[in-house]
Design a protein around this ligand. Structure first.
Ligand SMILES: Cc1ncc(COP(=O)(O)O)c(C=O)c1O
Length: 485
């Protein structure tokens, strides 16, 4: 194919030029090399409509997804997202927008972005926002760069960022990308930040502390305000990884407990599915003192019109092409407006209630290494199953036989044989109970018939895969499969 493109490019014949009349004078085939032009019939297999429909419907249900069943993938908030929001984002007025269109012709889109930004600031108790970042990790990097610009403006770029040992892998990576050194501190016995472990790092070299709240054990950092005060006393900043905002909506605002900057994962909390390779969005909200350093442009409302303001001399620059993931923003806006303040609070209350109910059903059957009342998710350990020769991986594989997606496993790293379970608010009591029954049966099987777990899954289109080989030698394209890779 690249050879063909090169040939066309060389001959300067890309596309068919439209004359002023708008009517093409050449056939499109005139621009293709003769050997690429089809002269006969296509020769597609002839299949009746019902067969082809069944073929694609059957294929579509071979993969597990939230529309098929329970998907308690901890830290990923795999909740059901209302279909109506997809349809709203696909309205032609949104879908066909061109990001280079003159501002006067996209006032509605700019207004939507401005309002969404205001609402997200209100939800987080923050003052200013950028909607540009494309994902959570990108939000982390953008937020940290904003903080870096701030420290540079104070005359000391600083050197280090502290993270708890429960933090998500993207956190240390973002710190390194920003040009700082990540410093890990051990969590206390209750799974929270250990203030004593933080103290030795409180000096002029410390740029920030980065924390997820609720943390990746699903536990709320109840000392967070004290942590913020300790950081601010030495001029350091508090960055919150807001990936777990599904637990806080309408209940607590990070800005009120001292957070200086945070990112949201719109593609978890606000009605866009997480995963699947689709576009994400990780807006970064900050307090007033950081606002001038945010990426540009920002949407402003001036003289009755919305504008993209590029005139921001202290901005760290642009971090994403055009406006960011606009479709994701439409869905988030629709979701927030549909639910309203009370509805958003009920989202988080439901997420917390479901998580606690599931834990109550499971706690006598599995180990709970950090025994605190969880928020929207909790982390069990399958360490005790080792005596039957069973690993957490086997439990996860066996769950597939019951029609459930497996929880996140082996994360956070501070829990051995971790099973991180996030049921989300969109699951019914019946589904939660069915999942608990499956987990309890699996625990029984581990004792009585461990072989059934070691060989699981038994009912899926493909059986247990060689995951080490899949990681070392990924086969990512249809061509590789066809070539028997
Ligand atoms: C706690 C936490 N932080 C950061 C991220 C990274 O977000 P993203 O996958 O959008 O880059 C995730 C992803 O789920 C997460 O759970």
């Amino acid at each position: 194919m690249s050879e063909l493109l090169w040939e066309i490019e060389k001959e300067g014949r890309i596309g068919t030029k439209l004359p002023e009349s708008g009517v093409p004078q050449r056939e499109i085939t005139d621009d293709l090399p003769e050997r690429m032009v089809r002269r006969g019939k296509i020769g597609l297999p002839q299949v009746a409509e019902p067969q082809i429909v069944r073929h694609f419907v059957n294929m579509s249900v071979k993969n597990h997804n939230v529309d098929r069943g329970f998907y308690p993938l901890g830290s990923c908030t795999m909740k059901y997202n209302p279909k109506i929001n997809e349809r709203l984002a696909a309205l032609p007025g949104f879908l066909n927008l061109h990001p280079l269109a003159p501002e006067s012709s996209v006032q509605g889109a700019l207004k939507l972005m401005a309002h969404l930004g205001e609402l997200l600031c209100k939800i987080g108790g923050m003052d200013a926002i950028t909607l540009q970042p494309a994902a959570g990790a990108h939000g982390e990097f953008t937020g940290l760069m904003t903080i870096r610009r701030y420290h540079e403006a104070q005359g000391n770029p600083r050197k280090k960022v502290v993270i708890p040992d429960s933090s998500h892998g993207t956190n240390p990576a973002s710190i390194v990308f920003t040009g700082w050194e990540p410093v890990e501190i051990k969590s206390g016995p209750d799974g929270r930040i250990d203030l004593e472990a933080l103290k030795p790092h409180l000096n002029e070299d410390l740029a920030a502390l980065m924390v997820t709240n609720p943390n990746t054990l699903g536990i709320f950092e109840k000392d967070i305000k004290r942590v913020a005060d300790m950081l601010h006393d030495v001029g350091a900043q508090l960055y919150m990884d807001g990936a777990n905002m599904n637990a806080l909506l309408g209940i607590a605002r990070p800005g009120d407990f001292g957070v200086d900057a945070l990112h949201y994962n719109l593609h978890k909390t606000f009605s866009t599915p997480h995963g699947g390779g689709g576009p994400g969005s990780g807006p970064v909200a900050v307090k007033e003192h950081l606002a001038e350093f945010l990426p540009k442009p920002v949407v402003v409302h001036r003289n009755g019109e919305y504008h993209l303001d590029f005139d921001r001399p202290n901005s760290l620059g642009k971090v994403q092409a055009f406006w960011g993931a606009f479709g994701v923003m439409v869905k988030a806006y629709a979701y927030i407006l549909t639910l309203g303040a009370d509805g958003l609070r009920r989202v988080s209350e439901g997420a917390i209630l479901n998580s606690n109910y599931l834990l109550a059903l499971l706690r006598e059957h599995y180990e709970l290494p950090y025994d605190a009342t969880p928020m929207h998710e909790f982390v069990l350990s399958g360490e005790f199953l080792k005596k039957y020769g069973i690993k957490t991986l086997d439990v996860a594989k066996r769950l597939l036989d019951f029609g459930f997606h497996a929880p996140t496993i082996y994360f956070p790293l501070i829990v051995h044989e971790a099973l991180m379970i996030e049921p989300t608010e969109t699951e019914s009591t019946e589904d939660i109970e069915k999942f608990a029954e499956a987990m309890i049966q699996i625990r029984r099987e581990a004792e009585e018939n461990p072989e059934i777990l070691k060989e699981a899954p038994h009912n899926t289109p493909v059986r247990r895969l060689d995951e080490v080989r899949a990681n070392k030698n990924p086969v990512l394209s249809w061509w590789d499969i066809a070539a028997g890779e």
